[in-house]
Design a protein around this ligand. Structure first.
Ligand SMILES: Cc1cc2nc3c(=O)[nH]c(=O)nc-3n(C[C@H](O)[C@H](O)[C@H](O)COP(=O)(O)OP(=O)(O)OC[C@H]3O[C@@H](n4cnc5c(N)ncnc54)[C@H](O)[C@@H]3O)c2cc1C
Ligand code: SF4
Length: 339
């Protein structure tokens, strides 16, 4: 049985108190929201924080505001996010992504903020302590070498969050609060292409809000590839959002890939799609571009070359859905598995 290391547990009741504790404890403290990722990681000794600062009792993080756009509290569970009518109606890709994270039990505990700050993953890292010790660890924790690419100077662990690619495609921003103030950044700028320092968040900062612009004619979708349809992390995520004129001409488009890099990978879809209709030829063109940009590594489930190859197919499924095609054919349902 894997046991948790010892830690001090703090349970603030307000955001100000949480920020104050986090600043006071320094980098030895970590935030915990649902704990669905952090606690298993602590059992495997990926992280051993001296103090956990819990966000579960901080009501300010659980608010939703629907005005110009949609403001989602980072402390909302993924189940709560999927229950918000505005998410289902106007930000469909987010609804699909949140509804496909893990299992219902995990979505009942796991939060939106925790999903955005999810640790990067790798076959050589998501193992217990003894397993990692037997290979002399790796660069991400306790070691010096990257076993995925021994010449690599940086960790290539994979960004595996389902909601981040969609939220980036929707133009979301996030608010970060610390004891010394607050700032707002485009969600895309929260991520770094580095498996270790994967977040541009300071240790004392708390992600408090996800700010979505008005949906304003945008349509979005999320297609996820994984081995088991009701459980697994993505080995590929395709988030697509398009805004089209009445005649179907694309006015703007965003395409973001998940699980093919250490950060959500934005593809310059607008360069190919704007001013055109979503014909099969145009969709094939953007699919080929996305496939050429995706550089999955051999550090997650399923065959590396096949994962790269199906990027074009999944981009095609996403854009055909946004074009209005019926995507309920059994083969396609299997590709996405739900929704
Ligand atoms: C079996 C299993 C399957 C899973 N499948 C998926 C999947 O398919 N897709 C997927 O995306 N995830 C998956 N997960 C991972 C995880 O359950 C989810 O990502 C969940 O949303 C994490 O949220 P949490 O609140 O539990 O985060 P926690 O575990 O509490 O925290 C995760 C990280 O985020 C930090 N953090 C949490 N909240 C904040 C905040 N407000 N501000 C700053 N930092 C914060 C923590 O310090 C920690 O580093 C899976 C987990 C398990 C165990
Ligand atoms: S990509 Fe390399 S350094 Fe990063 S977790 Fe995997 S083996 Fe370790």
């Amino acid at each position: 049985m894997m046991r948790l290391p010892w830690f001090e547990y703090r349970a603030p009741r307000s955001l100000a108190e949480a920020a104050r504790i986090l600043a006071g404890e320094g980098p030895a403290a970590m935030l915990i929201a649902g704990g669905t990722d952090l606690l298993p990681n602590m059992k495997r000794r990926h992280q051993s924080p001296a103090t956990l600062v819990s966000l579960r009792r901080v009501e300010e993080l659980k608010k939703t505001a629907n005005g110009s756009g949609l403001n989602l509290g980072a402390g909302l569970t993924l189940t709560e996010v999927t229950a918000i009518a505005a998410v289902k109606e106007s930000y469909r890709g987010l609804w699909q992504a949140a509804a496909q994270v893990a299992t219902p039990h995990i979505r009942n505990m796991g939060t939106l903020g925790g999903n955005l700050c999810l640790d990067t993953r790798c076959t050589y890292y998501n193992q217990n302590y003894e397993w990692r010790k037997a290979i002399d660890y790796c660069m991400k924790v306790d070691g010096t070498v990257c076993w995925v690419a021994t010449a690599s100077k940086r960790c290539l662990a994979v960004s595996s969050t389902d909601t981040a690619p969609v939220l980036i495609s929707l133009g979301a921003r996030v608010k970060l609060v610390s004891a010394s103030g607050e700032r707002e950044v485009a969600l895309a700028d929260l991520y770094r292409n580095d498996g270790i320092a994967y977040l541009a968040r300071k240790p004392e900062e708390i992600v408090t809000d996800v700010l979505l612009p008005p949906s304003d004619g945008w349509k979005s979708t999320y297609w996820k590839l994984r081995r088991r349809g009701s459980f697994d992390f993505p080995v590929l995520g395709v988030a697509a959002a398009v805004k089209r004129a009445r005649d179907g001409t694309v006015e703007d488009a965003k395409l973001v890939l998940g699980a093919v890099s250490s950060h959500p990978l934005s593809i310059k879809a607008g360069d190919v799609l704007v001013g055109k209709k979503l014909t099969d030829d145009v969709i094939a063109q953007i699919g080929d571009l996305a496939e050429s940009r995706a550089k999955p590594m051999d550090n997650t489930d399923l065959d590396l070359r096949w994962r790269k190859h199906v990027v074009a197919d999944f981009v095609g499924y996403a854009l055909k859905e946004l074009r209005g095609d019926d995507m309920s054919a059994p083969r396609l349902r299997t590709a996405r598995q739900v929704l």
